[in-house]
Write a protein that binds this ligand. Structure first.
Ligand code: 8ID
Ligand code: ZN
Ligand code: ZN
Length: 350
């Protein structure tokens, strides 16, 4: 049975703190489901939301989180294709209008009425979370709910970004921010898609993880490199640079650098969302190299099921650590310092 009360991590005002407390369990509307969240990944987006980093305000008070995996425990009377007891994932796109120009073309993230989990509606840092039935990720019961949690934002997003990059099997992709949550999954998706990976991040732990666990063939440490652009190009066989650059860092500087080292005809993909960041690219070099600079935002429902299928087939094994939900602030502190290799996943029962 569904309880009336539950534990959640709640932000009362922008900037925090984030507090562990008891709140009401909400009832799903006619087109919604209520998911008993067992595990939720912590994305850097949740920290941006807490800090008020972006020009888009959050709801307040706010329950953050958008990588939630759990079990459907209630549903509205219009929901016909999700059953109670089904396993489901709550992702960043909590719902969309399904009727606008973008929704019709399955560009649901571009829907101006999209509801954002853990940002404009309460998210997955609670035991019972609501989402539109049309948008919950369908999870086969043989998928572990802890391991799949990071796929629900990080996985979908980097899988989509890699597709948007146009990089083809056998080509080389540089992943900038490779040791973080999105980056560690990006390395695994890239490898599964037949791409060669150059990982860029800082420190020995992320170097070891990238080269020994995640499948990168080269690692450039931005904290010690004297010239990142030169080192990245030198890591490609002919010295001309990677075919694509996937930017998942949370600092502005690497966004400025990418156009410099991407291969002629190559593509730079913005995914990370550093606060207040702008990019200046050299017009001359961009033109004579015919580079493409583009951006990618989460994924649609089809990207979601495809990204989940890679996971289900055992192709995505990214490192994650499990911690009690009540310890979320510790995760934010480590994340702020760039000290998380991979992802933290919250156990909502603790
Ligand atoms: O749809 C989207 N576009 C989308 C979806 C999900 C997340 C965008 N995001 C955004 C988040 O809001 C955040 O801004 O992607 C960014 C990365 O999220 P994350 O992977 O959850 O963050 P993290 O785990 O903290 O990893 C960031 C990594 O960047 C590295 C850090 O060391 C860390 O490992 N990094 C930094 I900061 N500066 C770097 C640099 N100069 C760098 N790596 C290479 N070069
Ligand atoms: Zn996210
Ligand atoms: Zn729409």
């Amino acid at each position: 049975q569904v309880p009336k009360k539950q534990m959640a991590m709640v932000i009362e005002k922008s900037g925090g703190p984030v507090e562990y407390k008891e709140i009401d369990v909400q009832q799903p509307g006619p087109d919604e489901v209520l998911v008993n969240i067992k595990y939720s990944g912590v994305c850097h987006t949740d920290l941006h939301a807490l800090n008020g980093d972006w020009p888009l305000p959050t709801k307040l008070p706010l329950v953050g989180g958008h990588e939630g995996a759990g079990v459907v425990v209630a549903k509205g009377n219009l929901v016909t294709d999700v059953e109670i007891g089904d396993h489901a994932g709550v992702k960043w796109i909590n719902g969309s209008c399904l009727a606008c120009d973008f929704c019709q073309q399955s560009d649901e993230p571009l829907c101006s009425k999209a509801l954002l989990s853990g940002y404009t509606v309460d998210g997955t840092f609670q035991q019972y979370c609501i989402a539109k039935a049309a948008h919950v990720a369908r999870l086969h019961k043989d998928i572990p709910l802890d391991g799949v949690a990071p796929v629900l934002c990080a996985g979908i997003t980097v899988y989509k970004g890699l597709k948007e990059s146009g990089a083809k099997p056998g080509q080389t992709v540089a992943i900038v921010g490779a040791g973080g949550g999105l980056g560690s999954l990006a390395q695994q998706y890239a490898k599964a898609m037949g791409l060669r990976v150059i990982a860029i991040d800082a420190g020995e732990e992320k170097r070891k993880m990238s080269l020994e666990q995640l499948g990168a063939y080269a690692y450039v440490d931005f904290s010690t490199s004297e010239n990142v652009a030169k080192d990245v190009q030198a890591a490609t066989e002919d010295g001309l640079g990677p075919h694509a650059v996937i930017l998942v860092a949370t600092a502005e500087k690497p966004f400025q650098q990418a156009a410099e080292y991407v291969r002629p005809r190559g593509t730079v993909v913005f995914i990370g969302l550093p606060a207040g960041a702008y990019v200046r690219a050299p017009v001359f070099e961009s033109v004579v190299k015919m580079i493409t600079i583009r951006a990618s935002y989460v994924g649609n429902r089809k990207d979601t099921s495809e990204a989940l299928d890679f996971y289900r087939r055992g192709l995505i094994k990214s490192p994650y650590k499990i911690i009690g939900m009540s310890e979320l602030q510790k995760v934010y502190d480590l994340m702020h310092k760039g000290q998380i290799a991979g992802r933290y996943v919250l156990d909502t029962s603790k």
